[in-house]
Design a protein around this ligand. Structure first.
Ligand SMILES: [Zn+2]
Length: 374
């Protein structure tokens, strides 16, 4: 009997055991949907499964050195991947329409560059551009390549599958209704709900869990490389990451600045010191939806931490909280803090709806935040 052994963090062993059992018992479904928060390693697991399915070793799978395993981790095999791309990238000419010897950049070259980044670090949350989507052309190119598949097993990873537009989702649904033999699909999404119900119902659901704080620290330091400063993975970084090494990697760069601004936001809002605060917000460059809401996420952690300190619960932002002197202000009661937290979350939805400029929303939040307790 063939032994299947998928690698990954201990926190996700239970999900891997389910997959390994299905592989061993030869009942692996033709499509699975891996969901879970951003940056926890959904693509890493997808690549492990792809290797195991394509591996031809008679004893251990994935063996890591057979042709199937090599194909599964080769960024040059671009037909095995679908992910969001920008419209101008999708319009780039295909390799088969460029004359031999041409040095023109093709859509395959662009895809290969993305795949190289994924293979190098599958936890990263900033690989695909925010403006990209999975268009119907990308689905058709993928299904078009099935004719050349031959008789080997083939696994297609559809990353961020919830970013399929409507026509892409319909085209993909047709593919799922009649999956070619020896072909498997692995979809990854941060939010299952954003995916068409008819697609979801045709996939086995695999819910991947966040990592432990210790694993996040370990994976983040590994990604940062041997010269990484251990101090850069602070308590605040681990707290904000909530089990996601991909997010931790982002916060290694941004936590200090965002936490200082969030702290300033609370202090200045309590003091009604708006002109300086508005200036600081403008300087921080929070004019875009993603940046403004990224900041508000940190602010909501800080408001929650003020509530947690009151109740003696463990803090998410220990470094920032150590510096924030709330005793300098009249005590804010639990109800006012709950209202403040809800107001931050309302502001995030308001910004996401794109009806009001992010900066205006932030300014009105500063005024409203502790309105009831002043
Ligand atoms: Zn192999």
């Amino acid at each position: 009997m063939i032994n299947y052994r998928l690698n990954g963090p201990a926190s996700q062993e239970r999900q891997r055991i389910r997959v390994m059992a299905a592989l061993r018992e030869n009942r692996f479904p033709q499509a699975i949907l891996i969901d879970g928060p951003a940056g926890i390693g959904k693509k890493a697991l997808a690549m492990e499964i792809a290797k195991a399915l394509q591996c031809t070793d008679g004893n251990e799978r994935p063996c890591g050195h057979c042709f199937g395993c090599k194909m599964a981790s080769d960024p040059g095999v671009t037909d095995n991947w679908v992910f969001p791309m920008e419209a101008k990238e999708v319009q780039t000419r295909s390799a088969d329409s460029v004359s031999a010897g041409s040095t023109a950049r093709t859509i395959q070259d662009i895809k290969q560059e993305y795949i190289e980044q994924i293979v190098a670090n599958p936890y990263r949350i900033d690989i695909f551009s925010a403006g990209g989507e999975i268009s119907v052309n990308l689905i058709r190119t993928m299904t078009g390549s099935f004719a050349m598949k031959g008789d080997r097993v083939r696994v297609v990873i559809v990353a961020e599958a919830d970013r399929m537009n409507d026509s892409a989702a319909n085209a993909f649904l047709k593919t799922l209704e009649e999956v070619p033999p020896d072909t498997y699909f692995i979809l990854t999404v941060s939010s299952r709900d954003r995916l068409l119900q008819t697609i979801r119902s045709r996939c086995l659901a695999l819910h991947l869990l966040p990592l432990s704080d210790a694993e996040v620290r370990e994976e983040t330091l590994r990604m940062l490389g041997p010269d990484a400063d251990e101090e850069s993975v602070t308590g605040d970084v681990i707290g904000l990451a909530v089990g996601s090494p991909g997010k931790a990697l982002y916060y290694v760069e941004h936590a200090r600045e965002l936490c200082a601004l969030a702290s300033d936001f609370i202090v200045k809002s309590l003091r009604n010191d708006y002109s300086e605060l508005f200036e600081a917000l403008a300087k921080a460059g929070l004019d875009e939806v993603a940046e403004a809401n990224g900041f508000l996420e940190v602010l909501s952690f800080l408001v929650s931490d003020i509530m947690r300190r009151e109740s003696g619960a463990p803090l998410r932002l220990p470094d920032t909280m150590a510096k924030l002197d709330m005793d300098a202000f009249p005590r804010i009661d639990a109800t006012a803090l709950e209202i403040a937290l809800a107001t931050v979350q309302e502001t995030m939805s308001r910004i996401a709806s794109r009806r009001t400029a992010p900066m205006m929303c932030l300014q009105s939040l500063a005024i409203k935040l502790f309105e009831g307790s002043k």
